[in-house]
Ligand binder design. Sequence first.
Ligand code: ACO
Ligand code: ACO
Length: 150
Amino acid sequence: MKIRKLQLQETPPYTLLLLADPSRVLIEAYLQQGDCYVCEENDEIIGTYVIVKLNDETTEIKNVAVREDMQGRGIGKKLLLDALRTAKASGSTTVEIGTGNSSIGQLALYQKCGFRISGVVKDFFVNQYEERIFENGIQCRDMIRLEISV
Ligand code: ACO
Ligand code: ACO
């Protein structure tokens, strides 16, 4: 398994990126602002993450996704830890990530990687997305913000 930066001329892995974020418009926006990394196995892309530098000290992980048939094998954790190393190497001291109130597995994973909850953006998903989103039988309404020092 190899993680590398996507080159400018390469097509971003939209199918994967859309697993983490249903908005193609938002995905295009943060791909413009940041860097996309891909994880490959046998020359196939099986995971991705996108990081955006918010200021000199802070990087945000905007998207992290693993191909559905490869989930639950530790690849997401490896991608997050790689994103933290990349952010630190770029001079950041804090890394932020946000996810929905209904994303129970993601909240578990981020905290297992050391992230701590820093805030809540109420009604973020109600205001930003046209369709209502449900996960684990819960409506996704609020964005839980988490951060870690690197
Ligand atoms: N309760 C407790 N722990 C849980 C739960 C739960 N309900 N669900 C998952 N976990 C834990 C697992 O036990 C595991 O921890 P462990 O290493 O201690 O066993 C961890 O969370 C999952 O780790 P991985 O196997 O590394 O994760 P995976 O490879 O499946 O990747 C990811 C995680 C990226 C979230 C993947 O499931 C995915 O692509 N999902 C769809 C896209 C998505 O939702 N992306 C995040 C959106 S938010 C954002 O992008 C900023
Ligand atoms: N992911 C998604 N859904 C989950 C998860 C999970 N990891 N864990 C539980 N749930 C859901 C179940 O699916 C179920 O939902 P459903 O009705 O849609 O199927 C629901 O949570 C559980 O419902 P009940 O069966 O009614 O809950 P239970 O009778 O087990 O009572 C309680 C819950 C009180 C938390 C019990 O487990 C308990 O006593 N735990 C120990 C004490 C405790 O932790 N109390 C709360 C501390 S905080 C406080 O007291 C203010």
